[in-house]
Design a protein around this ligand. Structure first.
Ligand SMILES: [Zn+2]
Length: 298
């Protein structure tokens, strides 16, 4: 058995290796990638357990990862297991007593304050990790573990209240935005909708209606996959997308002369058709585009 320090070190290495994998895949991984996960040091370390929502490797006294049971589906961008007021996720006990089977190591994570990985599953076979998260309580009556999505460890139990706007920001940044990016990049087959660049590390999910607007939902039809430069250009209204999916570059940029980024990266995109998702239901909402395009054109 590994010592506590060895376990803690191994866990940190797993977190770092997982983050590197996820960055290279555009913010999500498939079931196969997680079950066949190999660490950089060569150790095979499956991160999910087929058929169960919990991963308890023999090397560890405490749980390594859990999978949220909530599979929102295409039209629900949120995880219904997360209480949006408190930012706490409820995770059901496995069958049997609290101190036995799969429950035992999750209880150990609570008792020792061990960081764990939460996998969100915005679509089947699309896993988005949130890490680290902490088990902070058990609800004996409802047979739930209580998971804190806030990694600042400001609370020690589910009854400790946190400011609602703080909680909303934590849930948005740590869960909803990564899930949005994963859905959008997946819909666009990990390519920029403007220039077709296919390096996930350089791709974002651009909002059409801003997520500061309450109508700016984190749903695929309110997003477009864009490379960093086209996303920034879109946000700054240097680049517009019309409701009939044509890319426009603003007059000032078109009239300017500069190096190859301006000429080939921006000016050459003027008049181009947007590269759309193959699923019709994933395509940008034309009303959202029209509203946004009016700002670009004004
Ligand atoms: Zn691009």
């Amino acid at each position: 058995m590994l010592s506590s320090e060895q376990q803690a070190l191994l866990r940190l290495e797993i977190f770092a290796d997982l983050e590197a994998l996820i960055d290279s895949r555009g913010g999500f991984a498939s079931r196969d990638e997680l079950t066949s996960f190999v660490m950089k040091n060569g150790l095979r370390m499956p991160l999910i357990d087929t058929g169960r929502g919990i991963r308890n490797p023999q090397e560890f006294d405490a749980t390594l990862a859990i999978v949220s049971a909530s599979d929102g589906g295409r039209n629900n961008p949120y995880d219904d297991a997360i209480d949006r007021e408190t930012g706490l996720l409820r995770y059901s006990w496995a069958k049997g007593p609290l101190d036995a089977g799969d429950n035992r190591k999750l209880l150990a994570a609570l008792q020792t304050g061990t960081p764990i990985i939460l996998f969100e599953k915005p679509l089947p076979n699309l896993y988005v990790p949130v890490l680290p998260v902490y088990v902070i309580d058990v609800d004996i009556e409802r047979r739930h573990f209580i998971i804190d999505l806030d990694d600042s460890r400001l609370r020690t139990g589910r009854e400790v209240p946190l400011d609602k706007s703080y909680v909303a920001r934590v849930v948005k940044q740590r869960v909803h935005q990564p899930m949005f990016r994963a859905r959008v990049l997946n819909a666009y087959n990990k390519r920029c909708a403007v220039c077709t660049l296919r390096y996930p590390e350089l791709l974002d999910a651009a909002h059409i209606i801003s997520d500061n607007d309450e109508r700016g939902l984190p749903i695929v039809t309110n997003g477009m996959a864009m490379c960093k430069i086209h996303h920034a250009a879109y946000d700054q209204d240097f680049l517009g997308v019309s409701p009939d999916y044509i890319v426009y570059i603003n007059e000032r940029l078109l009239a300017d002369r500069d190096g190859p980024m301006l000429q080939f990266g921006l000016q050459a995109m003027n008049g181009k058709s947007l590269e759309l998702p193959s699923r019709r239901d994933d395509r940008p909402d034309r009303d959202y585009l029209a509203e946004r395009f009016a700002r670009f054109a004004s």
